[in-house]
Each structure stands twice: as C-alpha cells, then as structure tokens.
Write a protein that binds this ligand. Structure first.
Ligand code: SAH
Length: 367
C-alpha cells in the first residue's frame, strides 16, 4: 500500500507546554528561546502565580509586541470549564473541565470558616479499579500534565481572589489530591504540581506544604520515593480494611502490596517527614465496619504517628453498598479510640452534587 494512502494526520499526544510545567530556570530558557530577555520569565510568573491572570492586556510591564507570543506559547488555555455545580450556599463548587483532547476531569472547592480546600484530579479516570469508587469504574483515560493539575488550583484561587465565592475575597489554603486518579501512579507530574503549589511566589503559588495532602491506594515504592523528596506534604493512605482478605477486594492493588507493606511504608514516611500520616477508611455497611475490624485496625495503628479519617461511604451509581449505620459508626470510632488512636469522621461535603469522595466520575453534561 502506498505511503500516501496510509498517512494519518498526527494527533497531538500531549497537552501544550505551559509555564506551570517548568521550573523558574526552565522558564527563563523557554523565554530566551522565544527571543525574549530571560527576566520576562519572572514577569510572566508573577502574572500567573501572583496576579492569577493570563490576559495579555493586563501585562503592561511587558512590551506590547511580545505579550501575545509569550502568552500563546507559555500560557495556553489547558482547561475549559464545561459545567459548574454549587451547594452549601455556593461555598462548595464542583467544576467539570474539558482538557485539550476531550478528556474530562473534575475539581471541587470547599470553603470553610477557617480555610479553603481544593480537591484536585491528577488523572483523567483511574486505573485502580476500587469497586466502591465511581472514578474507578470507567478505567484510566490518561495522566494529566503538571500544568493541567496546577491550573485547577489557579482557577480556584482566581475565583476566590475575585470574590466569586460567597464569604468575601479569599485564598486557597489546602490542596488535597483526592479528586480523580491515583496521584502516585502519575508521580512525576504530581511532584511537579506539588512544587508549583508550594514554591514561594513568583515561582509558584506559595501555599504551605503542610496544607497539601497526597492520597494513595498504597503504591509502596512511590510512597518511599515521596518520603525522600524533602516535601513535607501529608500522606493519606486509603486503607479501607485492616486485613488482606477484604482489602484484596476493596482496593485491588492490595494483591500487589499487602496491608503490612503499605503500613511499613507509611511509618517510614512519618519517620522521615515527621508528619502524621492519615489513614482513610470508608465505612461500608456490613462490609468493613465490624467491631473486630476496628480492633484489628487499632492494634495495627496503636502508638504510631497516625490519624484515622473515617468516611461514611458516599453512594455511587450502580453500587449496592451504602454507608454504615450510625450506631456501627459510633462503635467503630470507640473501638479505635480505645487503642489510643486519633479518629475523626469526615463530613460529606458535596454529596448532593456528586462532589464527595469517590463520586467524581466526570459524566458528560446532559443536553
Ligand atoms: N486514588 C487516591 C485518591 C483519590 S480518592 C486514593 O485512593 O487515595 C480519595 C478518597 O476517597 C480515597 O480515600 C478513596 O478511597 C475514597 N473514596 C472513594 N470512593 C469513595 C466512596 N464512594 N465513598 C467514600 N469515600 C470514597
């Protein structure tokens, strides 16, 4: 067959390069390659990370003739808002984003009296296949780039700075990698995003690393790598069961790394970073909420630098599972506390807009 007939137009495989993908040194090089003075990288960074703008007409410190090129080449639009749903009087808002290739992801902004938390996605879809999580049901579409992850935070920061979220102008204080995807399965892009989030302005957003939480199903080698990064972010481990038999079914990657190995990696993380590890445990009625399991969990966690976050199971389409009975939840908490383990029950913010843990599925909007 002739070459002409088999020619297929090349599909862009990756999102365009963006300022937020690059370190400050790389930004200077990129700017120089466009024929501009390297210090323009600092000016652009200030616009993006401090003033939260990508509008060339606001960039009056840049020569008018250069602005459009710099913005087009280094601040391409990566996320398009498809739909926004709010609840809690506008203080919880879930945004559905379309990426350059049509992939869909979601992020959630939650404003509390004392803080603003943004829950961001790190992958379109997820390959971990946990049966109780809506994201897992559709499988993995693709990894997100560093800038695609950062853009979710910048969009939230912008909305807050512009007084678009009830409660007056504000800032993002906490970031949780608990949206769509398994962050440690997209390690390099996620670490890049964490650096952009915590680096002081104008290199990054200047959000305290203490306010950043990376949540994982328990990819042991990546947890150990994260411990060595020197980034004091909080590690959250989605445990959901203290015994391998049940965890093999709830968090299928457990067939690769067992409860004991995951917890050892968590204790190593706590030892290296001096940060308390969060154990996430979705309470599922009659599945993992037995008192004997609370006891077993308590024995595993006793005396460690740890905190347990119990999450009443959020309903997902097609699942027969539901949240535990209130009395079983209370008994579970009491049992854990009897081992001296710190426990909180997470609120279910965003449930009514399918924006709570495990409900992000990026369904296409109804016509
Ligand atoms: N893949 C990562 C991060 C995304 S999920 C991880 O698994 O940690 C964020 C948290 O929500 C995880 O603890 C996850 O197990 C939990 N979760 C998933 N589905 C849920 C559901 N239906 N109800 C409550 N929590 C859920």
């Amino acid at each position: 067959m002739s070459a002409e007939l088999t020619f297929v137009a090349p599909r862009r495989a990756k999102p365009s390069r963006h300022l937020a993908d690059l370190s400050m040194a790389e930004r200077r090089t990129a700017v120089a390659e466009l024929g501009e003075k390297p210090f323009r990288a600092d000016q652009l960074s200030r616009h993006y990370f401090e003033r939260l703008t990508t509008d060339p007409s606001h960039m009056t410190d840049l020569p008018a003739a250069s602005r459009d090129q710099l913005v087009t080449r280094l601040m391409p639009n990566l996320l398009t808002s498809v739909r926004e749903i709010t609840c809690d009087g506008g203080t919880t808002r879930k945004t559905l984003w379309r990426l350059f290739d049509g992939a869909l992801v979601e992020s959630v902004l939650m404003r509390y009296p004392d803080r603003v938390t943004m829950c961001v996605s790190s992958q379109a879809g997820c390959g971990m296949n946990c049966p109780f999580c809506a994201t897992g049901q559709a499988g993995l579409t693709r990894n997100m780039s560093t800038a695609e992850i950062v853009e979710q935070v910048v969009a939230g920061a912008r909305a807050l700075a512009r007084d678009e979220v009830p409660g007056g102008p504000g800032r993002v204080s906490n970031i949780v990698f608990m949206g769509m995807g398994e962050p440690l399965a997209n390690y390099k892009a996620v670490i890049g995003a964490v650096r952009r989030i915590v680096d002081p302005a104008p290199e990054g957003l200047g959000i305290s690393a203490r306010g950043v939480t990376v949540s994982t199903v328990g990819l042991v080698p990546s947890i150990n790598k994260l411990a060595a990064e020197g980034l004091p972010v909080t590690l959250a481990v989605s445990l959901h069961a203290p015994d391998d038999e049940l965890r093999d079914t709830l968090v299928p990657i457990n067939t690769r790394w067992k409860v004991g190995e995951v917890l050892d990696a968590a204790w190593n993380y706590a030892a290296v970073t001096k940060r308390r590890v969060s154990i996430e445990y979705a309470l599922i009625k009659d599945i993992n909420d037995h008192e004997w399991r609370a006891d077993l969990l308590g024995r595993l966690l006793k005396g460690k630098l740890v905190h347990v976050n119990l999450i009443p199971l959020n309903p997902t389409p097609g699942s027969k599972w539901t949240a535990s009975r209130p009395e079983d939840e209370r008994a579970f908490v009491r049992r854990l506390e009897s081992h001296g383990v710190a426990v909180t029950v997470r609120d279910t913010r965003g449930r009514e807009i399918d924006g709570a843990c495990g409900q992000l599925a990026a369904a296409t909007p109804e016509a």
